[in-house]
Design a protein around this ligand. Structure first.
Ligand SMILES: [Zn+2]
Length: 393
């Protein structure tokens, strides 16, 4: 029914566009046109596909009806009906004697259809042509839009070197900072891949580039820290990893594993690590930081000290993950029915957070269970952050 209602709207829009388009030229009403009745008939019989086809086939594309055709194509794309959207936009391009700027506008729409439909080669081919338009006036905005679509293609294909080249062309005006940040992350992507393939020299160069484009990108510190650890430069690794606290403390949890590794490998005093982690907790009440601190306290001071520490933190910032950790600490020292009750309580607590998202995009609200640097919905970088509160961090 919902779909049917949508098509009533599309049908009306096309009907009005058709009527407006024909009124001027024929001065006759198309209410007498058999195609209109045929289309209406299809719609009333709940055959919206045939109704739309009838109108596309019979509604000539001209200056008066172009907007209606474009509105229909855009509506179909937003509804996820990509094949039909492509059909509508290709139909416009094949029929009309369009002005150069209208043609470019329709080509951009078609490129967006192709991109969403996963036809990346076709989208790229169109956008490469449009990207060669002059950098000024109306053509300039077509060029810029086509570059943005091209960038999305390279991001999807994980072609980071090509993405960097395209994004550099977009670093102008109000959006400059946005694209500098993206370029910094493209270099981080490269660095992570290089690190994985043990190309340490390449990774170091990529991190340097990443910092050059966004000195406050916490991911650069994270990758640099990992790189320093793999080269055995422990002091440098700690200097890099602890910089995250000042760049954006909510990303500190991402560095904890590497930080613990450095302290273990270099046999450094745990008190130093605890001092740093406590300073992070003052900025962000993260349960991941609390649990890392708890591990260190337990190793050096035993169960009682750590239980007191976690309980004190939970009073200030109650979280279910903290509660399960506290139960774990007590369960070994408890017997009989009390132990059974603690086990039941633990399974309840675990079930409460089992299906809950742990991360949320600050730009679009996308929820996920794992950390990602790139939002799959709004495609913003470093916008996904841990969710704080009872069920999260
Ligand atoms: Zn998002």
């Amino acid at each position: 029914m919902d779909n049917w209602f949508l098509y009533v709207i599309i049908f009306s829009a096309i009907g009005i566009g058709w009527w407006l388009g024909r009124r001027e030229r024929t001065k006759t009403s198309e209410i007498g046109d058999p195609n209109y009745y045929q289309g209406l008939n299809y719609l009333l019989n709940e055959e919206p596909d045939r109704a739309v086809s009838t109108f596309i086939d019979n509604l000539e594309v001209n200056d008066d009806t172009l907007e209606t055709h474009l509105a229909l194509g855009g509506l179909l794309r937003r509804r996820g009906e990509l094949e039909k959207a492509v059909f509508v936009h290709e139909n416009i391009l094949s029929q009309a004697q369009l002005s150069r700027s209208d043609m470019h506008g329709v080509q951009l729409e078609l490129a967006r259809d192709y991109l969403l439909a996963g036809l990346l080669d076709r989208a790229e081919e169109l956008c490469v042509k449009l990207g060669q338009e002059p950098d000024t006036g109306e053509a300039g905005s077509v060029r810029r839009e086509s570059l943005k679509i091209t960038l999305q293609i390279y991001e999807q294909e994980k072609e980071w070197l090509q993405a960097i080249e395209v994004a550099k062309l977009l670093v102008t005006g109000e959006e400059a900072e946005h694209y500098e940040k993206a370029i910094s992350h493209y270099h981080c992507e490269l660095a992570e891949a290089q690190l994985e393939h043990n190309d340490l020299e390449g990774a170091r160069e990529s991190v340097r580039e990443a910092i050059g484009h966004d000195v406050n990108n916490p991911r650069t510190s994270l990758v640099r820290g990992r790189l320093d650890v793999s080269e055995g430069h422990f002091d440098d690794a700690i200097a890099a990893l602890t910089r995250i606290r000042d760049q954006d403390p909510v990303f500190v949890p991402e560095s904890l594993e590497t930080l613990e590794e450095v302290y273990r490998l270099d046999e450094r005093p745990q008190a130093e690590l605890r001092q740093y982690l406590e300073s992070c907790l003052e900025l962000t009440p993260s349960i991941s930081i609390v649990l890392t601190l708890a591990k260190s306290i337990r190793d050096e001071m035993g169960d009682e000290a750590v239980a007191k520490f976690i309980a004190a933190h939970l009073k200030k910032n109650p979280t279910i993950r903290g509660l399960t950790q506290l139960i774990d600490l007590h369960i070994d020292n408890t017997r009989g029915i009390a132990k059974e009750n603690l086990a039941i309580l633990r399974s309840f607590a675990e079930a409460l957070v089992a299906d809950k998202p742990a991360y949320r995009c600050q730009s679009c609200g996308f929820d996920g269970k794992r950390m990602r640097w790139h939002c799959p919905v709004c495609r913003d970088w470093a916008s996904i952050k841990p969710i704080f509160g009872l069920e999260g961090e």
